[in-house]
Design a binder for this molecule. Structure first.
Ligand code: SF4
Length: 370
């Protein structure tokens, strides 16, 4: 990290408010020059200018179709090694009837969005996914189907011998409306090597795939997993690359920083991470996201499941404009013992509690109701 340019808050305020697109060096100078409270103020002022007072969220229902995975990422507590299939009762694969039942629960809970992700399961072909998506759409046609991370799409394409383009076209035909944006982790290769395995595509490939998927008319979110072994340079680099990707081929609906939750993960068992990173970092990540990316990616999301509900309020006051979703039945963070639950009333109250206006949105960030 640079030592900063030595500019005062006013200089950075004017630079950022003028809409300047920060270079890596400028972003890192700004980060070094400003303290926590100045970053929060800048993030908050920019949010007011770019988004206004409204804080959005979706009523979302999660389905995790399988936890067998051939990738074995050190940051993950969710997966069961695919080679253990048939040798352990910890792994599962949902069948079509299970998917139908889950979808009916989503309908009962009035979810507007069904969010589907799982592991890299080498035993499932592209047809399994097509059948699953068709089942969801036939059971609950009113819901938007947001499915798979970009590395999952890439994996399914590879094992079925299709291109990403062909795979996405087939999934679109089967009813997928958007991808989830997961699996971006941290793009910097040295860090990525420590937290994932080569099977989980490089940062460059993630960005290339995103452009292909977006150019086919399937938008999605973007993410970053932080709070493990990365540096601030890596975080800034990740944000700049996502912003530039969006400017080249638009299709990113929001940016969702995901705080790493270490419990039960191999990374913690290896002793590389001692515990969750600080709340100060959470706030700075959101402020920097707003400052670096807000012009290109207007929706900067706070994932309350990862940071907790009270910290989510502070982050909304520092650059955030969205609370992701109700995440009914979330299992990925649940595997790290983060099992908080919520209701739409509670989300509304969280937002009203900081003087902002809650609004339910659809997957594409269009407002449904205030
Ligand atoms: S993070 Fe995803 S790809 Fe990596 S082990 Fe977990 S389920 Fe598999």
């Amino acid at each position: 990290m640079e030592t900063g340019a030595g500019y005062p808050l006013q200089y950075w305020e004017e630079t950022v408010q003028s809409g300047a697109r920060l270079s890596r060096k400028e972003a890192s100078d700004l980060f070094s020059d400003l303290d926590l409270y100045q970053l929060m103020k800048l993030g908050s002022n920019l949010t007011a200018k770019q988004v206004g007072d409204v804080v959005t969220y979706a009523v979302s229902y999660n389905i995790n179709y399988s936890n067998y995975c051939s990738a074995s990422c050190p940051i993950c507590a969710f997966y069961v090694p695919a080679k253990l299939k048939g040798k352990t009762d910890r792994g599962y694969e949902l069948g079509l009837e299970d998917i139908r039942k889950e979808t009916l629960k989503a309908r009962e809970m009035k979810a507007t969005e069904i969010h589907i992700v799982g592991g890299f399961n080498p035993y499932l072909g592209v047809e399994y996914y097509e059948d699953m998506f068709r089942m969801v759409k036939n059971t609950y046609p009113e819901a938007t189907l947001k499915a798979l991370t970009i590395p999952e799409i890439d994996f399914i394409a590879r094992i079925s011998g299709n291109s990403v383009k062909e795979t996405v076209s087939r999934f679109k035909d089967a009813g997928v409306d958007a991808h989830t944006g997961g699996g971006a982790e941290i793009f910097a290769p040295e860090v990525r090597k420590q937290i994932t395995t080569p099977e989980k595509i490089s940062g460059e490939q993630w960005l290339e795939d995103a452009k292909i998927i977006h150019s086919l008319g399937m938008p999605g979110n973007s993410t970053m997993t932080y709070g493990h072994v990365e540096s601030w340079d890596d975080i800034i680099d990740h944000m700049i690359r996502l912003r530039d990707n969006q400017l080249e081929v638009p299709g990113i609906l929001s940016f969702i920083p995901l705080k790493f939750s270490p419990e039960n993960t191999p990374l913690q068992k290896m002793g590389k991470v001692k515990g969750p990173d600080s709340s100060v970092k959470d706030i700075k990540v959101i402020s920097m996201a707003r400052i670096i990316m807000g012009q290109a990616i207007r929706n900067i999301s706070v994932y309350w499941v990862a940071v907790g509900k009270l910290m989510a309020q502070v982050e909304l006051d520092s650059g955030g404009s969205d609370l992701v979703g109700t995440a009914y039945r979330e299992k990925i963070y649940g595997a790290t013992n983060r099992t908080e639950r919520t209701t739409t009333e509670e989300v509304d109250n969280l937002i009203r509690g900081i003087g902002r206006i809650p609004a339910q949105r659809d997957t594409f960030y269009r407002l449904i109701s205030y």
